[in-house]
Design a protein around this ligand. Structure first.
Ligand code: CA
Length: 311
């Protein structure tokens, strides 16, 4: 007996690929497995200067990611498998302990050599320090493309290790050279002159929003990646969602006006990810408790797909 609107158990409602969802492509990591890409969650936001629950972002982004279809025009269906390494367990209060755990976890993940590329879900921007340090240990000289409204070059003396210090920590530890760090989308009236001067002294390549507007973000990305790939062993993308204007990414603790559009974020990630020298991307500073209708998490999920499905 059959019913017109009742789906027989175990049968798909639709047979075409329109309904293939990303959740079908994500499998939990098990030792010995290999795949095109891996995801890991680094749920740390206790180190944020502004109050933040960006620690909730890995779950929110995974949820948004799973509901996407696999199809993109001109590319077809995404056919790769994504290994999910899970989330790193955080100590409730000890930031130094957590930074050590994050580095150790990324190091362990990379040691498996299970994936060609990795997506790291923050967390606040503090997670990029241990993450990039672990990638540098694995790959050698690292180039970093940082999408950000802020320099994140604060000194440690004025407030300890925070989400404002990761890139200064990397430069001062000798893990990253100034000329191998590219900051894109830096905005006015939310940075201090001392950090801009510090970046200049260290040779950091800085593109303010004014420069982004003048040159075009994709042109900047293509030029910088062509340079970085000749002088580094691997390139790491660090995407602070607050580079995007608050109109498109309201869930960032330091959201503000005058940023890039969601479309500019997508096209610039596509331009960078098309190069095989790019091994990883982190997505940080998305606080689901501040978000509106999951706008920021959905944009982060779209950015992940763009990274994974690059031509
Ligand atoms: Ca930042």
């Amino acid at each position: 007996m059959s019913f017109r609107y009742v789906k027989p158990a175990g049968e798909a409602v639709f047979k075409d690929s329109l309904t293939t969802k990303m959740e079908d492509r994500i499998v939990p990591y098990r030792q010995g497995k290999g795949a095109e890409a891996g995801i890991i969650g680094l749920p740390l936001s206790k180190s944020s200067i502004s109050p933040s629950t960006a620690s909730e972002a890995p779950a929110a982004i995974r949820k948004a990611f799973r509901s996407l279809t696999t199809y993109a025009s001109g590319k077809g269906d995404y056919a790769g498998t994504i290994l999910d390494f899970g989330d790193v367990l955080m100590h409730p209060t000890d930031i130094d302990e957590n930074i050590a755990r994050l580095k150790e976890s990324i190091r362990d993940m990379l040691k498996q050599e299970a994936c060609h590329r990795y997506i790291i879900l923050g967390g606040d921007h503090g997670i990029s320090y241990p993450s990039i340090a672990a990638f540098q240990e694995k790959y050698g000289t690292i180039g970093v493309l940082q999408w950000d409204a802020h320099h994140d070059l604060r000194n440690l003396e004025d407030g300890g290790r925070t989400n404002g210090t990761p890139f200064r920590s990397l430069l001062e530890a000798g893990i990253l050279k100034g000329e191998h760090l590219v900051q894109i989308g830096i905005r006015d009236y939310c940075n201090a002159g001392a950090y801009a001067e510090y970046g200049e002294e260290k040779g950091v390549h800085v593109y303010t929003m004014e420069e982004v507007e003048r040159q075009g973000i994709t042109t900047i990305l293509q030029k910088e990646i062509a340079r970085l790939k000749t002088v580094t062993d691997a390139v790491y993308l660090s995407v602070d969602m607050d580079v995007v204007d608050q109109a498109f990414a309201p869930g960032c603790p330091a959201a503000g006006p005058g940023g890039i559009t969601s479309r500019e974020l997508i096209s610039s990630i596509a331009a960078a990810a098309a190069d095989p020298s790019v091994k990883a991307m982190d997505l940080v500073e998305n606080d689901p408790s501040k978000d509106i209708r999951d706008m920021t998490s959905r944009l982060a999920a779209y950015a992940m797909m763009t990274f994974l499905h690059a031509k």
